[in-house]
Design a protein around this ligand. Structure first.
Ligand SMILES: Cc1ncc(COP(=O)(O)O)c(C=O)c1O
Length: 477
């Protein structure tokens, strides 16, 4: 895609001039904030990283350029060599500790190297790593049963795969086979994967290669902050009805949406939208797919699944990332009736439901319950949102603070009226925050949204540190 270095060159220009522009932008219509005197300090943490004596960052980067695909991109002008992780913290090659507020892109749900998950994986690995589903194994059915018990309605049948992309590929195929229709509806600003099929569902031009995109229609994104109809779900839903009537044969295979668009910048759908659209899609003969790759497993705090925040039960749910705390694992959960459609041919996935991943995934579910992580996300998340909103009152550059639980976004704009994306400023703050010890994610079509989606063990002290660091970074730019 794009190289981070090129992005820097393009967006920064000459630094002194830029700094002046930034100063003007940041403090244009607010009184100068009083910056903290000293940079904030990471909360104490009792862990001594193992001394690192392997390849250093410069050499890794050199070899990566030589031996890995040129489309790979990295964060930060000087990319970090992260060599160890413990719960919500990461350590680089020099032993410097960072607060991980992005969890390996919303993947490390329980915490880096959580002992229960490490133990489950190691114990299973010692006994048996792999056989495939041509033989029986207790781990896969135990995990499937535990996962099904977390689902509402008749969502009881699980297909295991290796990633979110694979899960969405399978879900789309099921929708088409089950309904006998081809047309899929997805939202603009969505990310559903990078394979040839799911690229069609994805609607962010930065990720879209110019290849055939399949029978996919992208309807308006019901984004309360930037959407044309604000939070008015019914007007966005009317547009879906209109789109089906004009741009499809009148019947569709399915509709897919993230309830909180992750890559798109932690954008929550307008309240009530999914209920209205699910009815419209069902009337058009389609099934409704919820992409829970980022928002599942209690991360939103108020509910276990993102779609529950909108009071709907999908026909198919896809999941990955947090399901495995870092293991390559994904799943599609659906009703027995829809699942049946795959049995007309052989459906097979070599690693899907592998004993090691199943043991690890099952351990994730147990840890999340044992440590009450959903309640914890609600508690810490509401504290963090409150503090971020206070910061928004102080700094004009913060255009929007949004999300729930530990699935949050902070959108930066150069002016609040036109909501012009603060692209260059975001990059500068991103670097500063890293230097201060905070690793965030970045998202949105213009890369001007900070994504805060840490491991779910992230504490209130971590939240305070993050906000203080953001305050300090903006104040001292
Ligand atoms: C919402 C969503 N769906 C699907 C995917 C694709 O998952 P994977 O990268 O595991 O293939 C992603 C990845 O970021 C995602 O955020």
């Amino acid at each position: 895609m794009f190289s981070q270095r090129n992005l820097w060159r393009k967006s920064l220009g000459s630094k002194p001039v830029l700094t002046q522009i930034l100063r003007r932008t940041l403090f244009a219509s607010t009184p100068s904030p009083s910056p903290s005197e000293r940079p904030p300090v990471l909360p104490p943490f009792d862990h001594q990283p193992t001394p690192y004596n392997k390849m250093m960052a410069d050499e890794i980067l050199k070899k990566r350029k030589e031996f890995l695909g040129p489309s790979l991109f990295y964060y930060y002008q000087k990319p970090l060599n992260i060599v160890e992780g413990k719960m919500q913290y990461l350590y680089d090659e020099s032993g410097k500790r960072y607060l991980d507020a992005f969890a390996g892109i919303v993947t490390v749900s329980c915490g880096h190297c959580h002992p229960d998950i490490v133990n489950a994986v190691v114990e299973q690995t010692k006994l048996l790593q792999h056989t495939t589903t041509i033989y029986l194994h207790h781990a896969i059915v135990e995990f499937a049963e535990a996962l099904a018990s977390k689902m509402p309605g008749n969502l009881k049948v699980v297909y295991f795969v290796n990633s979110g992309t694979e899960a969405n590929e399978l879900a789309m195929m099921m929708a088409r086979l089950y309904t006998g229709n081809l047309n899929m509806i997805a939202l603009r600003n969505a990310y559903h994967g990078g394979s040839a099929g799911t690229l069609g569902l994805t609607a962010l031009h930065t990720w879209k290669y110019p290849i055939p995109q399949g029978e996919v229609h992208h309807v308006m994104n019901p984004n309360p902050y930037r959407g044309a109809f604000g939070s008015d779900a019914s007007r966005y839903a009317d547009e879906v009805k209109d789109h089906i009537a004009y741009a499809t044969p009148g019947s569709v295979a399915g509709f897919i949406a993230e309830t909180f668009q992750g890559v798109g910048g932690a954008a929550e759908l307008a309240p009530g939208y999914l209920k209205l659209v699910y009815d419209i899609v069902h009337q058009a003969g389609g099934v409704c797919i919820a992409d829970e790759v980022q928002s599942g497993f209690g991360r939103t705090g108020s509910h276990y699944w993102g779609f529950q925040t909108q009071g709907v039960i999908p026909d198919i749910v896809t999941m990955a990332k947090g399901i495995g705390n870092g293991l390559p694992l994904g799943a599609v959960v659906t009703t027995p009736e829809i699942a049946q459609v795959m049995s007309q041919r052989i459906q097979f996935n070599t690693f899907g439901g592998n004993p090691v991943c199943s043991a690890g995934g099952h351990a994730v579910l147990k840890v999340l319950d044992k440590e009450n992580r959903q309640t914890h996300c609600a508690d810490v998340g509401s504290h963090l949102v409150r503090r971020l909103k206070e910061l928004q009152n102080k700094h004009e550059i913060i255009g929007d603070v949004r999300g729930r639980g530990l699935m949050l976004g902070v959108e930066l704009v150069t002016d609040r009226k036109d909501k012009t994306p603060a692209k260059a400023e975001t990059l500068i703050l991103f670097e500063k925050l890293k230097d201060l010890g905070v690793l965030l994610g970045k998202g949105g079509l213009h890369g001007n949204v900070f994504r805060i989606k840490p491991p779910m063990c992230f504490s209130k002290e971590d939240a305070d540190f993050l906000v203080d660091a953001l305050d300090y970074a903006i104040s001292t730019i």
